[in-house]
Each structure stands twice: as C-alpha cells, then as structure tokens.
Design a protein around this ligand. Structure first.
Ligand code: NAD
Length: 353
C-alpha cells in the first residue's frame, strides 16, 4: 500500500425507494422548522408539489427558477425571496441545476441544505460550486456548499427519460474515472470509483432498454452518489477541464459534452496512467476503457461527436488554446497539438483506436 491522505466529507445519506415521504423528519432532524423549497419547472407540478404537501405549514417559500450552470442573476433574485421568507433551511429537489442553486444560496446564507437528486449529476455529494456570471463560468470549493443531507429516492428517477439517463450517467462515470488517476487519489476513493463505474456501466444499457427497470435505476442512483463522492474528495483532470471549457465558453450541453469527451480524455491519459485506466476497463467488464466508454454511448444512442451537440469546427482552435491555458493537473502533460487532435477526434466522433 502506497502512502496516502484522505479527508472524508461530512453529511448524511438516505438511500431507498419512497424516502421522499420522510422529508418532514429530515427537516426536523436538522432542528429546522421553516424550509425554502427549490426545484425546476419540470418538477413544479409533480415531485416538488409533493414536497410542498409533505412539509405543509413548514414551507417558508418556493422557487422553480433553477437554471443550468447556476447564473448569478437567478441566485440574486431567489435570495431576496429567501431572505424575506425567514427560512431556516433549504430543501432542493431536481437535477444538478437545482442543486447548484441550493449551493449558491447556502454559500451566501450558511443555511443547511437537504438535497433530493433526480438525475445522476452527483453535485449533491461535493463541496464544489460552479456559477456563471455574464456568461463566464467559475468554480469554487467550500464546505459551506456541501449539503448536510442527501435524500435519494429511486422512484424519482423512474421518469428520467432514457436518453437523459444515459448522458447523465456517463457524466457521473467521468467523475469516477478521473478519480482513479487523480493526483490526490487514495484507496478509499478509488474503490468507490470502481464500484461507481461498475454500477453505472451495468445499469445504463438496462435503463435504456427498459426505463422502468427498478433494480437498474437503484444501481444507477447508487453509482451517481459514489461518483459524486469521488468528485467531492479528489481533484479532477483533463476531462473536466475540457468539459468546463466547452460548456462554459461554447455553450455546449453539460452531460452530453461529458459523454462525447470522456472516451477521448481516457485515450489521451491511458499511456500515462495505465493501472488506473485498466481498473476502469475492468469495472466496465472490458479490455479497453476508452473504447468501452465510446461503445456505451454509441451502442445506446447517445451523441458521440461534438458536431452533433452544437460545436462549430471553426471554434476548435480556440477551445484547444483555452484548454491549455491554466490547465488542471493531469497524469499526462497537456500538449497543445495533442489536445487539438483529441478535440478533432471528439468533433468527428471517431472511436478511440
Ligand atoms: P439539470 O438539473 O439542468 O437537468 C436537466 C434536465 O432534466 C432539466 O430540464 C430538468 O428539468 C430535467 N430533469 C431532472 N430530473 C428529471 C427527472 N427525474 N425526470 C425528468 N426530467 C428531469 O441537469 P444535470 O445534468 O442534472 O446537472 C447539470 C448541472 O449540474 C450543470 O450546471 C453542472 O455544472 C452541475 N454539476 C455540478 C457539479 C458540482 O459538483 N458542482 C457536479 C455535476 C454537475
């Protein structure tokens, strides 16, 4: 065993089916009585309405304004309602965008958060917040944004459409894969990463074939938590840097961008981190991780090229330059020409060789 450092994150995780029904207990266990509820437009009349009903007189306020990439203007609008509501906690139900709004509010108010995820993004398990101001995305880390409680209710994911489930699940796999070769990697995070990749790799094709597959839904949501926990405890590398650039500066959709880039980032890093990449391959039940990740996307109908998800070929040079500027630590040195080739492969959706 190599020397390592590991700092576990605080927080309670409740995982199961029908756990939403116990949300009022969750609020009371935090010592709170007035919850400000956050969600997005999709859940307004469904699961979020159920939260309002379950919390009854303990609801201090309600917003369905959450938006992708946590725009500061939205946060500032909602924070004035939150201040006026005299709430003593936040309850957020939705995908990574809703969790992002919750974290942005917690950063500014220090209110405790209960997050109820409905996608596989994994943000609920991290002390990381990405915010967008005037189109520029920046990321910060603070224990203030880490939710005190996560309530996973597998039933809330049954309605996540198969195509969205697939890209959201591959977004989660990306956290786990990069954790395997992180500079500050450790045996606890790596073993969780392997479990996450295994659970998601097995579950996602089953969900695409049958979105009502209860066992696969549970496996995928467990994988999402495990992946998010990896993202929360170790640093990310080239893959996340590229997705940050492509999402932040070129407006590409979050989970789809992760899906397209991941096989190429893994192929890039494979020569420099062979043990980690072999571990990812093993978790996927394959010989070659980059190809297996490409096939997971392609074989189940997810996008495999940047051009399909809105990238312009004429922007690839600028994207390569942005990826090379202030790079994250990476097992293989970040070389501009090799990154430009990677982006070219991703643009045209070539299967890694
Ligand atoms: P999202 O929250 O925007 O959800 C995508 C779409 O799916 C939305 O239209 C939403 O209404 C819909 N949706 C959500 N749950 C659903 C369900 N169960 N059934 C049907 N539709 C549903 O997107 P996301 O991919 O979950 O999250 C992306 C955001 O999360 C990005 O802003 C990203 O930067 C952030 N993120 C942050 C971290 C972190 O650690 N800070 C980690 C991962 C992602």
């Amino acid at each position: 065993m190599e020397a390592f450092e590991y700092t576990p994150l605080q927080g309670r995780v409740v995982f199961g089916r029908g756990t939403l029904a116990r949300i009022a207990d969750g609020v009371h266990q935090l010592g709170c009585r007035r919850a400000f509820i956050l969600s997005d437009a999709h859940h307004a009349e469904g699961a979020a309405a159920k939260v309002l009903q379950l919390l009854g007189e303990h609801v201090a306020g309600f917003s369905t304004d959450a938006a992708m990439h946590t725009p500061v203007e939205v946060t500032e609008r909602v924070i004035s309602d939150l201040a006026a509501s005299d709430a003593d906690c936040i309850v957020a139900l939705g995908g990574g965008s809703t969790t992002g709004l919750s974290k942005a509010l917690a950063l500014r108010t220090d209110l405790p958060q209960i997050v109820i995820p409905t996608t596989y993004a994994g943000s609920e398990a991290t002390p990381v917040l990405g915010e967008t101001r005037k189109g520029e995305k920046s990321t910060m880390r603070s224990m203030k944004v880490l939710p005190e409680v996560i309530v996973y209710d597998v039933e809330l994911t049954y309605g996540l459409p198969p195509a969205m489930s697939l890209v959201s699940g591959i977004n989660a796999i990306a956290h786990a894969v990069e954790a395997l070769y992180a500079k500050d990697g450790n045996p606890v995070t790596s073993s969780l990463a392997e479990q996450a990749i295994k659970a998601l790799g097995r579950a996602l094709p089953l969900i695409v074939a049958d979105p009502a597959d209860r066992a696969a839904r549970a496996d995928a949501l467990f994988g999402a938590w495990a992946s998010g926990s990896c993202l929360g405890t170790v640093g990310m590398s080239l893959h996340h840097k590229l997705c940050h650039v492509l999402g932040g500066s070129f407006g590409l959709p979050h989970a789809e961008t992760h899906t397209v880039i991941l096989p190429h980032a893994v192929a890039y890093n494979a020569p420099a981190a062979p043990t980690a990449i072999d571990r990812a391959a093993r978790a996927l039940g394959a010989d070659h991780a980059a190809r297996a990740l490409f096939d997971l996307a392609a074989g189940n109908g997810a996008p495999t090229s940047l051009r399909e998800i809105g990238m312009r070929e004429s922007d690839l040079d600028e994207a390569a330059a942005a990826a090379v500027a202030s790079p994250y630590w990476n097992p293989r040195p970040i070389e501009r020409d090799a990154i430009r080739t990677l982006l070219d492969d991703a643009f045209f959706g070539r299967r890694p060789s």
